[in-house]
Design a protein around this ligand. Structure first.
Ligand code: ZN
Length: 337
């Protein structure tokens, strides 16, 4: 498979190919762009190509079969250090960063250099960044540090200035549609919806494709269009639904945020309708519900409801207890809608 599995980033692959050919690979890269567009997969492929035992000098083509390739895929290669922020931590742990930097400074076990991959570079604090920057002062030969973040302005300036920033763009709608189809999503209308909602992120589209999410969305929106809104009951249903995602709170938070995304989308369309515009993202069968909300709440309160949803999203990011977030949100929505 190798680079063929990286879709929509041909120019970036070509750029790295040329850099390797000319021996001009940088020691540190910051990959930025929306979540779910393939930054991590790209980094993994790059690591594989750099560490592959069969790759010719100056080539960026991993063989995909040698022990190195297999070990990079499995994250067991002695010269490959992938790290993510633990799901419950708000910042990238300094101890983990120190550990990574120490391993990076050691001699390459297989003689082809080292690759460190740090996910969640948005959450580096000053201390972790300093450790990282110190490591960059004397990088071992053929070694590469890759940071993955969302946007350069979420990173500390000291990091941005020392890394080569590689921007990953959202994928074209046709490509997202093709990828969804390849994953067995045959329903054309659902695919069109997912393509619109995911804004070029196949990863997000795939998450949103969960049929349970759409069933729950339908129930929630039906509840929100009734008067009076049964806030307490709806909050309970939402909490039950996120708890079905599993015991891990990261999975529950993610599910809560996906539902929130669908609610925001719906309210956004109701707002458009309330301002006499044409809603773009809602299917005809949902029009009566939208019209009810638009008429009943009006633009000002719909806008407040949307702002309240965004606040809930930020609270979830900050790890506020989900029960509190969802109860508070439904209570507010009940009053505004
Ligand atoms: Zn190989």
């Amino acid at each position: 498979m190798a680079w063929q599995r990286i879709r929509g980033h041909d120019t970036l692959v070509e750029g790295f190919r040329r850099a390797v050919q000319r021996g001009r690979l940088a020691h540190a890269y910051l990959f930025t762009g929306p979540a779910g567009v393939g930054k991590r997969l790209f980094a993994l492929e790059l690591a594989k190509a750099l560490l592959c035992e069969k790759a010719a000098e100056g080539s960026l083509q991993a063989c995909d079969h040698c022990p190195s390739c297999v070990q990079v895929e499995a994250s067991t290669h002695p010269d490959f250090f992938p790290a993510v922020r633990p799901p419950e931590a708000l910042e990238f742990p300094i101890d983990l960063m120190r550990q990574l930097c120490a391993s990076f400074a050691l001699k390459s076990a297989r003689g082809r250099g080292k690759v460190v991959l740090i996910d969640d570079a948005d959450d580096l604090n000053e201390e972790a960044a300093n450790c990282f920057l110190k490591t960059l002062e004397e990088p071992p030969p053929r070694s590469v540090l890759i940071l993955i973040g969302s946007t350069p302005d979420r990173q500390l300036q000291t990091i941005v200035s020392r890394c080569q920033v590689i921007r990953f763009a959202p994928l074209a709608s046709e490509l997202v549609d093709e990828l969804l189809q390849a994953q067995g999503i045959d329903d054309v209308a659902l695919r069109a919806r997912l393509v619109r909602l995911s804004a070029g992120s196949p990863g997000l589209a795939k998450e949103l494709a969960d049929p349970a999410l759409w069933d729950f969305r339908r129930a929630l929106l039906a509840g929100l269009t009734k008067t009076p809104v049964a806030s307490v009951g709806l909050a309970r249903q939402w909490i039950d639904f996120v708890e079905e995602a599993g015991k891990e709170s990261a999975a529950q938070r993610r599910r809560a945020q996906l539902v929130l995304r669908l609610v925001i989308d719906f309210l956004d369309d109701a707002l458009t309708l309330a301002m006499n515009g044409t809603p773009r993202r809602t299917e005809p069968d949902e029009r009566p519900g939208l019209e009810t909300l638009a008429r009943r709440a009006g633009p000002d309160r719909l806008l407040e409801a949307l702002e309240r949803c965004l606040e809930a999203d930020r609270q979830i990011d900050r790890r506020v207890q989900l029960v509190l977030v969802l109860e508070g949100l439904m209570d507010a929505l009940g009053q505004k809608l």
